[in-house]
Write a protein that binds this ligand. Structure first.
Ligand code: MG
Length: 250
């Protein structure tokens, strides 16, 4: 069964990385919640997509340059007057949920990995009994290597369209294998059966991200990828239910 990951807590249904979106996701019949992490200047870990507050809140500036309490004064756009969560709070939201974490470790506003960030994330997840329910992801091999050095939890390489176009399919698969990365995720619009077969023939898992429209969600289900992320988790659940009913009827 293809797994559904509620991307940033279902951005198109609840706003980008909002507490209410994560709370709603915790009760949904899906398998994963996707979220992104950044550190603050005083050691807090914030659940937010961008490295800065500019695009998605009423404030401006890089998260890494503020204290945790300053970041938490920001109001998330298109939210119910909500503020960015701490990782600890996200763990509490999912404490009684069967939904697993798909944790993306982001780089800073210049695209560089944050120093000494990965071990702190792992420590918080472990302390809140969520580490064993966590899959890690990153667009940067360097960050995936860092995660692999301190944890044996599953890691997934998010391959961006320019990287896939530049390196080509064969080199992407080889790179993943050379770094012992067991899973590749590509943009849904770049996914096809031949690419999935090439990845799986190399012994790697294959998934997709950014399946937000009904057409994209159906494509992921038709391919039977391992997992896909979506900004519209309720829509994805409804479509997957329809697929299941059709399967059961046949
Ligand atoms: Mg992400």
């Amino acid at each position: 069964m293809t797994r559904i990951a509620s991307h940033r807590g279902g951005t198109l249904e609840f706003g980008d990385s909002t507490p209410s979106g994560f709370a709603a996701t915790a009760d949904m019949p899906l398998e994963e919640v996707e979220f992104d992490l950044h550190p603050t200047a005083d050691g807090a870990i914030i659940v937010h997509h961008d490295a800065t507050l500019d695009r998605t809140t009423d404030r401006v500036g890089a998260i890494a340059e503020f204290s945790g309490s300053e970041v938490r004064k920001a109001v998330i756009s298109y939210s119910r007057n909500e503020h960015p969560l701490l990782l600890e709070e996200l763990c509490a939201t999912f404490a009684a949920s069967r939904v697993q974490f798909r944790c993306e470790i982001k780089p800073d506003a210049e695209g560089r990995p944050y120093r000494h960030f990965v071990p702190r994330v792992i420590e918080v997840l472990r302390r809140h009994d969520r580490l064993e329910q966590t899959h890690f992801s990153s667009f940067l091999i360097e960050i995936l290597d860092e995660i692999g050095a301190v944890s044996d939890r599953p890691r997934l390489w998010l391959v961006s369209p320019p990287v896939l176009n530049q390196l080509g399919r064969k080199a992407v698969v080889e790179l993943a294998r050379n770094h012992s990365i067991p899973e590749i995720g590509v943009h849904i619009d770049q996914a096809d059966a031949a690419l999935m077969a090439a990845v799986k023939d190399a012994g790697l898992d294959f998934g997709c991200w950014a399946a937000h429209s009904a057409r994209q969600i159906e494509k992921a289900l038709d391919l039977a990828v391992k997992v896909f992320t979506t900004d519209r988790p309720s829509l994805a659940i409804a479509i997957r239910d329809r697929y299941r009913s059709a399967e059961n009827a046949s």
